[in-house]
Structures are given as C-alpha cells and as structure tokens.
Design a protein around this ligand. Structure first.
Ligand code: TTP
Ligand code: MG
Length: 363
C-alpha cells in the first residue's frame, strides 16, 4: 500500500443502541430498563434492544417471543421511524461541518473521510472526539467512533468499545489488532461465513492469515481476496459519498412458462426467501415492494405497493407479493420470469442530503 492510503484519516461513527436509546431519551420511565423496539405484536421482530436488555441476550432481529423468553421483564416499545429519521439528519448535519466526504451506511452510521477536514484539525482522533461531543450535546444520545486509515479498520474500531467509545487503530497497531480479532468481528464476515471459517480452523485473524489467496478464493469465491486483504490491513476503498443504492431485487427465469396462480406461488415462495435474505443481510429495507413479471411474449409487467414504513417483516412481504400476483393474474397468459424489488430504501433515504429531503411519512 502506498503512503497516501496509510495517511488517510477515516472515521466510522455508529449511534449506540440507536432506536432504543431514542425511546429511553424521550420517555424517562424507560431509562435503565430492558427494552426492545418492535417485536411487540404476534409475529413481529425486534429492531434493537437497550443495553439493559442485551445483558439477557436480547438482540436485533429476534422474535418478540424469543426475546421475552430470554428477558421476562422486557418492555416492548413501538418504533417511531420519523423521529429516528430526524435524528439521522441532525447527526449528518454535524458531520458535514467537518467534511463533505460522508458515506452513510444506514440511519445511524456513516464513514467520514477527514484527511482534509473543514476545521483543519490535525488528528483524526480529535475530529472524532469533537464529533462525539457535538452529537451528544445536540441529540442527548451517544455514539461510538472508530478512527483508522481505512474503512474496514475504522468500522471494526467503532464497535470495539461500545457504548460511547472511541478507538484509534494506527497503521502500526493494525497488524496485532487484526491478528487478535475474533473472526465474527470482521466486517463483511457474516454468520454463515464465520461458521465455515471455524470449520476450517479459523477463529481469529491470525488463523485467517495462514491461508493464501488461492485457498481463500477456492473456499469463498470472490470474497476470498477481500478476506485475504483485510486481514493484512489492506483496504483501499474510498469513502464514497455518492454510493446510493436505489433498489434491491431478486428475480428468476422459469424453466417452463407458467400460467396458474397455484403453479407460480411455489416459485414466488422461493424468491421471497432469497429476497428477504438479501434485504436482511444488507439491513436495507424498502417502503415499496414491486412484483415483476415477464410474459411468455417478453412483455414486462410491474406492479407495486407502497407503505409509509419500511417493510421489514417477511410475512408482510409474503402477503403483499402474493396479493400483487393474485390481483394481476388476468394481465397475462403465461409468464417466463418472476421477480421482486424493494425500493425507497432506508439507506438511500439516509444518504440523501438534508436539503433535498422533505419526506412524507404518512399518517
Ligand atoms: P445498529 O447500529 O446495528 O444497532 P444499534 O445502534 O441498535 O446498536 P449498537 O450500539 O450495537 O450500534 O443498527 C441501528 C438501528 O437500526 C437499530 O437501533 C435498529 C435498526 N435495526 C433494525 O431495524 N434491524 C436490524 O436487524 C438491525 C441490526 C438494526
Ligand atoms: Mg448503532
């Protein structure tokens, strides 16, 4: 890696137990208590849990049932996305006092390149501590920050001392830090990959380093090279302020053209599984769901449904997708392709600039 890359100052900021902290901030009777946001209804899942609830093992994306079993005193609170969204705008506006190179990853986290910052602060650590203080002052919420010369290390660093933690990883410290890092804490290593790595005897960075590029590519495909590089502290990806994904889609061309609802449903079920997996992995859900059908004579039909909230439950996606299909069975004779798309994505929204944004949250 050239010096220019090693001299970058990149910060990753992530709010602490974001939705839960906001609810505790706005309702003092919830402070110091185990709470989960979402998950209250029969089939709902939790979006996040307060640190008090995490002690019992309550986590994001857990069913309410499972969460209550772990923590019988758990209080379920309804999410208020409009409030989270407003806070997201507030923190983004603080970031923009320091740099224009901001790459939001979701409502509550972003990468900042502060190599050349507007306040001419020399050390990345000081920029980060400044920002943390400003965020707390303005929102009465805490965040954690990681500072390093690349995105991967900054991201890992911000999670290192949560909550309200600041961790700096200098190029000098990177090697040791990465060698000791448990494999589950590598950004970009999901649950499935972590399991596979453990079965190969890889439990931390040091173990991962024993494998060469070819072995890792054989085991993990394209991502093999990424793992090979990051464990050596090599990550030249720039902070990219324009990276905005507009939609996420899964589609499938059928082996034979189909015409009946009952024949198409199993295909749709399959697509829904994949689709939900993709959205969950990206932690990026949309307010709009679109069913795409290609007819046997290659006409493309799209039908959409929009909500004033992000559609995060698989059962809701299932119901909406099947309703769209049912309502449009008369629009074609036979189809050769089925797909689902999510748009009006949460992360796209987080990435838009403050001024551009007047968002209609509905009733
Ligand atoms: P995270 O930053 O992953 O989690 P967090 O801020 O709650 O906790 P931490 O201190 O560990 O950062 O996600 C930010 C918010 O996004 C979170 O408060 C709720 C929401 N979210 C979901 O709705 N579903 C999910 O599966 C996850 C992971 C988060
Ligand atoms: Mg967070």
């Amino acid at each position: 890696m050239v010096d220019k890359e090693l001299n970058r100052k990149i910060i990753h900021i992530d709010m602490d137990a974001f939705y839960a902290s906001v609810e505790q901030r706005d309702n003092p009777s919830l402070r110091g208590k185990p709470i989960a946001v979402g998950g209250g209804e029969n089939r709902g899942v939790t979006t996040t849990a307060s640190y008090e609830a995490r002690k019992f093992g309550v986590r994001s994306a857990m069913s309410g049932y499972q969460a209550r079993k772990l923590c019988p005193d758990l209080i379920f609170v309804k999410p208020r996305f409009d409030v989270y969204y407003e806070i997201s705008k507030q923190i983004r506006s603080i970031f923009s006092e320091y740099t224009d190179l901001i790459e939001p990853l979701s409502l509550d986290e972003a990468f900042l390149d502060v190599t050349e910052n507007k306040k001419r602060i020399e050390h990345g650590m000081h920029v980060a501590s400044d920002i943390m203080a400003r965020v707390e002052q303005e929102t009465r919420l805490t965040c954690s920050a990681g500072v390093s010369y690349c995105k991967f290390l900054a991201k890992v660093a911000s999670g290192y001392k949560k909550p309200n933690g600041l961790t700096v990883i200098t190029p000098k410290r990177a090697t040791l830090f990465l060698e000791q890092l448990p494999i589950d804490d590598f950004f970009g290593v999901g649950k499935v990959t972590a399991k596979k790595m453990r079965s190969m005897g890889i439990n931390n960075g040091r173990d991962l380093k024993q494998f060469d590029k070819i072995q890792l590519t054989q085991a993990f495909g394209k991502r093999g090279k990424y793992y090979y590089d990051i464990v050596r502290g090599i990550d030249e990806r720039p902070v990219n302020p324009s990276r905005v994904r507009k939609s996420l889609a899964v589609e499938r061309t059928l082996d034979v053209d189909l015409e009946n609802y009952d024949e198409i449903v199993p295909v749709l079920d399959n697509i829904i599984d994949k689709f939900f997996e993709r959205l969950s992995k990206a932690n990026n859900f949309g307010r709009t769901l679109t069913l795409k059908l290609k007819t046997s004579d290659f006409q493309i039909l799209t039908r959409s449904v929009s909500k004033d909230y992000f559609i995060k439950s698989k059962s809701e996606i299932d119901i909406l997708a099947k309703q769209l299909l049912k309502d449009n069975m008369l629009a074609f004779d036979k189809i050769r392709l089925v797909g689902l798309t999510a748009s009006n994505l949460e992360k796209e929204q987080a990435a838009r600039s403050n001024e551009q944004l007047e968002f209609d949250w509905g009733g």
